[in-house]
Design a protein around this ligand. Structure first.
Ligand code: GDP
Length: 370
């Protein structure tokens, strides 16, 4: 068998030294201008820095939001609170699709065309892979070569620690900071894996699903839920020979969407082909977003959805706080271990055990006034 490893003539052999190529500048040079001063900054310094559109201070504030340290969180919450009155003015655009569909390439082209027309674009990511593998499906900011060096763009990879719920909370808070710093377009990128797209959908105004034209049944393997959430479906890589296949796929999606009931927004999802390579229809993405915003602002759905999203944060926060308080209560920790043993030995049913634990918890907090 041919062995690339032992063949010194093979192009990719480790024994052959290839000439070095100059790497593109991967870090926005604005980030390198000033040394980190996060330790000495007061809350007021952070807030005025963010409102003055200081990207370095914005980055440092985001680092506080992402930190799990109690003192960082306390500071971050105060900064967010003071930024909140200045937030909410951007258009929040979610983009989802399987790895390789072209999300980062499309965002790079779309974002660059937006900054050229005077917009300020922030790109955030929700990456379900980072929690488990510590690696990432979405990768980092270096994927968007033009945008990562664009002074009017700000790219922040997914917070890498914590549960999906935790990442979601942090991303919502980062959106507030970016908006207060003057970014008028916030793109939230996620992979259509697990629940991450549901989470991304819960924090954006418009949700774009990127798809590919594959051979065979186009609609197979696509979660119905994702299609239901999409305000537009764009079939990417529609250039050259692929264009025709992409148009066929687009037709199939249009037909499939006809079977879905009209959503509460009254918006009929658009389906079109696009290509990040030829840049065909990339501007149509933005035009569609604008049409949607005009449509939903006219019928008030835009504001209703944002209000609902905010109220959902309230209930989610209460849920997670109660849960954490319950599971970290020392008496519960002890009793839960005993209950698990009793359940496995068939001494008690799981329902009764749960009921008892909850009773113990409430009796306990009432006494101790936690
Ligand atoms: P992501 O994983 O969804 O972010 O996908 P990427 O943006 O990293 O793209 C995956 C691959 O598809 C890369 O090799 C891109 O160069 C390529 N790609 C992205 N957009 C297009 C396109 O419009 N046409 C073609 N032919 N390839 C594309």
């Amino acid at each position: 068998m041919y062995d690339k490893i032992t063949d010194p003539n093979a192009k990719c052999s480790a024994l052959k030294v290839n000439p070095a190529i100059e790497q593109p500048n991967q870090v926005n040079k604005d980030f390198l201008q000033k040394p980190s001063k996060s330790k000495t900054l007061t809350i007021n310094d952070f807030v005025s820095g963010i409102l003055n559109k200081d990207r370095i201070i914005l980055s440092q504030a985001i680092t506080l939001v992402e930190s799990s340290r109690y003192d960082h969180q306390e500071k971050a919450q105060k900064i967010i609170e003071q930024c909140l009155p200045f937030a909410g003015k951007s258009i929040r655009l979610g983009i989802t699709g399987v790895p390789g569909v072209g999300k980062s390439t499309v965002i790079d082209v779309l974002g660059t065309s937006l900054t050229k027309t005077g917009h300020k674009v922030a790109v955030l990511a929700i990456d379900p892979s980072s929690e488990r593998s510590k690696g990432s499906i979405l990768g980092d900011k270096t994927r968007m070569e033009d945008l990562s060096t664009d002074p009017n763009a700000f790219i922040r990879p997914s917070p890498s620690a914590g549960s999906l719920g935790g990442v979601a909370r942090k991303t919502r808070e980062i959106i507030i900071l970016c908006e207060a710093a003057g970014f008028d377009v916030v793109i939230v990128e996620t992979v259509g894996v697990g629940q991450s797209e549901v989470v991304a959908h819960s924090m954006v105004d418009f949700f774009l699903l990127l798809q590919l034209a594959n051979a065979g049944d186009e609609l197979q393997g696509i979660k119905r839920g994702i299609m239901e959430m999409a305000d537009a479906i764009a079939i990417n890589k529609a250039e050259g020979e692929n264009k025709q296949k992409a148009e066929i796929a687009a037709g199939q999606y249009r037909n499939a969407l006809h079977l879905f009931p009209i959503s509460e927004s009254g918006w009929k999802p658009s389906v079109f082909t696009c290509s990040a390579y030829s840049q065909d229809n990339i501007n149509l993405i933005w035009q569609t977003v604008n049409d949607y915003v005009i449509h939903t602002k006219a019928n008030n759905y835009f504001y209703k959805k944002r209000n609902e999203q905010n109220l959902k944060i309230l209930s989610e926060s209460i849920d997670s706080h109660l849960k954490e308080n319950f599971y970290t209560n020392p008496i519960i920790i002890k009793r839960i271990t005993e209950a698990k043993k009793e359940i496995l030995e068939n001494q008690i049913s799981a329902y009764v055990a749960a009921q008892k634990l909850i009773e113990v918890y409430f009796n306990n907090i009432n006494k101790e006034e936690i």
